[in-house]
Structures are given as C-alpha cells and as structure tokens.
Ligand binder design. Structure first.
Ligand code: MTE
Length: 318
C-alpha cells in the first residue's frame, strides 16, 4: 500500500513480492530435502500456537489454500513496518492479553467486552475465504471466527445507526510503526451497517485451526471477503455505531486511490494499475510465486452481496 509512483505497476509487483520469494527460495534451498519442505513451516522454531475449537462452514471455497508461511510472512501491518516480511518478527512479542473491545455509539446496550468472554460467547467457525489485496495479489485463507453481526446484535443498534467505525489499538511502545507518521494513527476503517451485518462479514480470531498470529491481526480482526484487504482492519479495540459515513485510514491518505466502498471490482482500475487480474499466492507456480488469474466482481461473492449495491454507480463509489 506504500505510495510509490511507478506508473501502472502495483507496488507489490515491484520489490516486495520478488524479494520475499527470493528469500523464501534461499531459506527453502537451505532446508534439506522435500520431506522437510512438506512439513508445516511455522512452528519449527516458534512455539506452536494454541488450537481453537470450531465447526466447518459450508460457505467456504474449496480453492487451493495459501501456505501458512505466506499468510504469516507476507503481511500488510503498518503499525509494525511498511514492508511485508518484518511484521512477523516485529509483532512476535505483541501483547494480546489483557484485551478488550469497546462497542459504543448508537446502540442500546454499549459494552466493553473482554476478548476471552467474546471467545466463550461466540461459537467459532472455519470459513475459507478468498482475500484480495488492492495491490493485486490474493490468498485463500482458512479463517476461524464468527459473524460480526452476532456482536452487533448483542449491543442492539439504534434506529439511527447507519455505519460502523472500527479502530485499531494505538500503542507506539509495542508498535514501532506508530512512532513514525507513515499513516494517521490509529488505523480506522468503516462499513455501512448492512455490510457489517452481512453473514459473510467475520470477526476472525484464528487461522489454520489455531489462534491468529500477531502479524495477522491478533487477537481479533475484521474480514470482509468481497472488499479489498485494507478494509479488514487488524488489532481491533473499538467498534462504534454512527449515523454518518466514517473516514477510513487509506481514504485519508489518498482519497483518489482508496474509496470508502473498496469493493473488489475488475472494471474499476486503481489510478496507478489495473485491477483486472491478480497474482494468486497459493504455493503454485515457479518457486511458489503463484499464478495470475482474472479478478472476479466482488471477489467472487457477487451472488451473496451484489444486491446491497443495486442502483449504485460502483465506478464512482469505488
Ligand atoms: N489493519 C491495520 N491495523 N494496519 C494495517 O496496516 N493493513 C491492511 C489490512 N488491515 C492493515 C490492516 C491491508 S492493506 C491488508 S491487504 C490486510 O490488512 C492484510 O491482511 P493480512 O496480513 O492478514 O493478509
């Protein structure tokens, strides 16, 4: 997402992806034998993350899943760093306990919820979703989470509530990226209330059957699979129901490039690159570099979500 000016080329296609893949080739080349390569790559050096209890959802895609190594080492998390590899190490000791999520604003029953209470009260599901970054790469991720609607229903939105604003923790002591001004902190995002209540919209607390790695947004992050990845805000501490469309961090940063809706739309190019295709990082291709595939309207979730935008000009409301 870092603003670079090379015309027509998504930033991810310039250095970060090739650098990442070259390093991975080096590391994998050093690991002896194919058997080692087939073993789960996270957890050899790190302590194994805690497993979660969940049921499998029929909403899941059966497309080939992105290797755990790529999901956990190719991250956008500017609170830690603007590159994609270092959030994994910089977020290693990030404290995810104690952690509360305050839900407030236009609701009848506001509350501050402890993350462990949230986990106890909401049965978890595994949902395998396509995850399309605005930078034109994509993944397939087996998230563990629960519908955001469950939490919103609990606080009872008032009739005037029309939008939901989400805020990430602000903690520069723990998050080195927040000591600089690369973005306007804290990171904020927003959804229309009907988008927030949509059954596809998840609060994720895990992936690949275990607790969410810190670099992926632990202990709780949003997942909105028909929108570009930047809507899926990480490390949430505040959810506020409001009556006006809230600002979001990337819109503030570059309003002509990142709109409020951010629906995946192959017909609406980013001003600096095409959105017609994406590089699917699913371990396929030479050195696991993925493969280029056409991008689908609403990231392939049109059947479920298109009706929310009927009559809207989705080129203007990008
Ligand atoms: N949330 C916060 N708080 N900070 C960020 O920098 N980056 C966004 C989004 N959520 C970001 C964030 C972007 S640009 C993307 S593509 C996704 O997180 C990446 O999620 P992932 O690392 O799980 O793939």
């Amino acid at each position: 997402m870092l603003i670079r000016k090379e015309a027509g080329i998504p930033p991810s296609e310039i250095t970060p992806l090739t650098l990442y893949l070259n390093r991975r080739r080096f590391i994998e080349g050093a690991a002896a034998g194919a058997a080692l390569l087939a073993a789960p790559r996270l957890g050899r050096a790190d302590t194994a993350p805690a497993k979660l209890q969940f049921t499998k959802s029929s909403i899941s895609t059966s497309e080939k899943q992105t290797p755990l190594q790529d999901i956990t080492h190719y991250n956008n998390y500017y609170e830690f760093n603007t590159d994609k590899e270092s959030p994994a190490s910089l977020a290693k000791d990030f404290h995810t306990r104690p952690w509360t999520v305050k839900v407030e604003g236009l609701v009848s029953k506001p509350g501050t919820f402890d993350i462990d209470e949230i986990l106890k009260q909401n049965p978890l599901e595994e949902r395998v979703y396509r995850h399309r970054c605005v930078e034109a790469w994509s993944m397939v991720i087996p998230w563990i989470g629960f519908p955001l609607a469950n939490l919103l229903k609990q606080v009872q939105p008032a009739p005037k509530a029309s939008f939901v604003q989400f805020t990430t923790i602000y903690d520069p002591k723990q998050m080195p990226g927040q000591r600089g001004r690369v973005l306007d902190w804290p990171y904020v995002e927003g959804l229309r209330l009907d988008e927030a209540m949509h059954p596809l919209t998840l609060l994720a607390v895990g992936l690949y059957g275990a607790v969410l790695p810190n670099q992926d947004g632990a202990p709780i992050r949003l997942v909105v699979p028909w929108k570009y990845g930047f809507k899926s805000i990480k490390g949430i501490v505040n959810i506020k129901l409001v009556d006006k469309q809230p600002e979001n961090t990337w819109y503030r940063q570059a309003p002509s490039e990142y709109g409020f809706y951010s629906n995946v739309n192959p017909n609406r190019d980013h001003p600096r690159w095409s959105q017609k295709t994406e590089r699917r990082l699913d371990g396929s291709g030479f050195l696991g570099a993925g493969r280029r595939i056409p991008t689908q309207m609403f990231n392939g979730y049109a059947e479920q979500v298109a009706s929310m935008y009927s009559g809207m000009d989705l080129i203007r409301n990008f």
